[in-house]
Design a protein around this ligand. Sequence first.
Ligand SMILES: Cc1cc2nc3c(=O)[nH]c(=O)nc-3n(C[C@H](O)[C@H](O)[C@H](O)COP(=O)(O)O)c2cc1C
Length: 183
Amino acid sequence: MVLSAIAASEREEVPSPEALRTFLGTIPSPAAIATARNERGEKAGVTISSFTAVSLQPPIVAWCLRSSSYSRVLFEEASIFAFNFLSDQQEALCRHFAQVRSADKFEGVLWQPGEYGAPVLSNCAAIMVCEKVDQQFIGDHVMFFGEAKSIRRTIQNGLVVIGPRLTSTLQLADVVRQQRGGL
Ligand SMILES: Cc1cc2nc3c(=O)[nH]c(=O)nc-3n(C[C@H](O)[C@H](O)[C@H](O)COP(=O)(O)O)c2cc1C
């Protein structure tokens, strides 16, 4: 019933990588920095948009990291990780943790150790700290599952990823409308 409501021209049974990228580019996701610290005190931080909710009871969430990522080993070693959900004032920080290749991406970045030890970045829209419960290789990514240990929100507007664009939760409706105009 639901499927028949979708026009045949909008359906593609086995999407090509290009079609999949275009399709995913129309679905907004939160921009966050996943952070962790290992027992030697070394820190990792990576810009991600792959955060997803998994279960409410117990409270499980997940995210995916490319297996070729420089930070992968540290996230595999760490038992705690944090999601630093960015505000719409933190676009530069979003790009910083996606682009900087140096061993310490935290140089010049305001942060503090969270209650479970993972680095927590200052001025974020929301923070979630998790205890890692599982990690699995899937395709060319590692998927990390975490049980939420603490959550904190502010009243700031969030930063959202939609295709190649970063936008504010405030402007999201306009961006989606523009995209639909181009369909
Ligand atoms: C908006 C945005 C979202 C991203 N989402 C992810 C993601 O979910 N998983 C991932 O592995 N890389 C993601 N990336 C790419 C990583 O941030 C980038 O490859 C980073 O340099 C990896 O860090 P590392 O190689 O120093 O560990 C994203 C980049 C941007 C700009």
